[in-house]
Design a protein around this ligand. Sequence first.
Ligand SMILES: C[C@H](O)CC(=O)SCCNC(=O)CCNC(=O)[C@H](O)C(C)(C)COP(=O)(O)OP(=O)(O)OC[C@H]1O[C@@H](n2cnc3c(N)ncnc32)[C@H](O)[C@@H]1OP(=O)(O)O
Ligand SMILES: NC(=O)c1ccc[n+]([C@@H]2O[C@H](COP(=O)([O-])OP(=O)(O)OC[C@H]3O[C@@H](n4cnc5c(N)ncnc54)[C@H](O)[C@@H]3O)[C@@H](O)[C@H]2O)c1
Length: 255
Amino acid sequence: MFKGLVGLVTGGASGLGKATAELIIKQGGRVVICDLPSAPGANTAKALGENAAFAPVDVTSEKDIKNALQTTVDKFGRLDVAVNCAGIASAARTYNFKKDQPFDLELFRTTVEVNLVGTFNVIRLVAGLIGKNAPNADGQRGVIINTASIAAFDGQIGQAAYAASKAGVVGMTLAIARDLSKQGIRVVTIAPGLFRTPMMELLPEPAIKQLEASVPFPPRLGHPHEYALLVQSIIQNPMLNGETIRLDGSLRMQP
Ligand SMILES: C[C@H](O)CC(=O)SCCNC(=O)CCNC(=O)[C@H](O)C(C)(C)COP(=O)(O)OP(=O)(O)OC[C@H]1O[C@@H](n2cnc3c(N)ncnc32)[C@H](O)[C@@H]1OP(=O)(O)O
Ligand SMILES: NC(=O)c1ccc[n+]([C@@H]2O[C@H](COP(=O)([O-])OP(=O)(O)OC[C@H]3O[C@@H](n4cnc5c(N)ncnc54)[C@H](O)[C@@H]3O)[C@@H](O)[C@H]2O)c1
């Protein structure tokens, strides 16, 4: 299905990004895993074999992303699909009256910097390489897929920064799709609900159980592979563009 396709996945050393990289390889594609130098990206790529490569990056760094694109060209000669999975969660009340403490502004800045600015940094740079492809019969040169969260719409207590960062990803999706449409690059965002990944496991177990029970159907956390299946569908369907797709078992999070 993806024979000849080259993908780049940020946050590809863990969770949803790792599942996406695994699917691209399984479907015959090649992939560059971009993740922090401290993440097990090299081992992940090694385990996926010669069609996978690792590029250590911080998604907020222009230099790192340009280096990762050079690695992509050196190893695989082109780029067709970029998937932005890199992200961090943060949890704190806007004002903690128990501790008489306002939300830490640096935490707010970092959350937005990684999740929103980092995602945009990757988009604005990968678009240049994807745009060099010859167009297919439909005029398409490639696809960019971003990861928001249902927190963009149903932000819980403590998610002001995280919800803002993900709402920003949702908000910029259509504008970027319009910017890149003439070059035949589609831009789609996925807003996942609850998936069993290391990020989710940061929550206290009572919170995870509460959230899991709140999913109407299926009443469980999603498997990262199920996120990757939506990435596959987006790549395959040329009519998907400029939209955010919730993937959440019809969960609408409570406060
Ligand atoms: C990640 C993906 O994008 C998808 C999602 O968005 S999944 C949704 C993830 N939700 C969150 O991250 C919520 C973040 N919010 C929080 O963690 C907490 O509200 C907070 C830490 C900001 C503040 O919690 P607060 O009640 O003020 O203080 P805290 O003392 O830590 O918690 C009180 C109690 O609630 C529990 N608790 C903490 N966070 C909880 C949560 N999110 N849900 C339910 N219970 C929670 C604590 O275990 C503690 O229980 P205890 O009294 O029995 O020890
Ligand atoms: N797990 C869920 O339930 C869930 C739900 C909604 C949205 N999301 C979003 O999905 C994406 C993937 O989350 P996950 O659950 O797989 O989490 P995860 O923690 O397993 O993976 C996130 C990856 O991003 C990497 N990363 C973090 N900051 C980075 C940076 N500055 N530069 C490069 N890489 C960086 C981490 O090293 C990690 O490998 C995130 O954007 C997250 O907000 C997750």
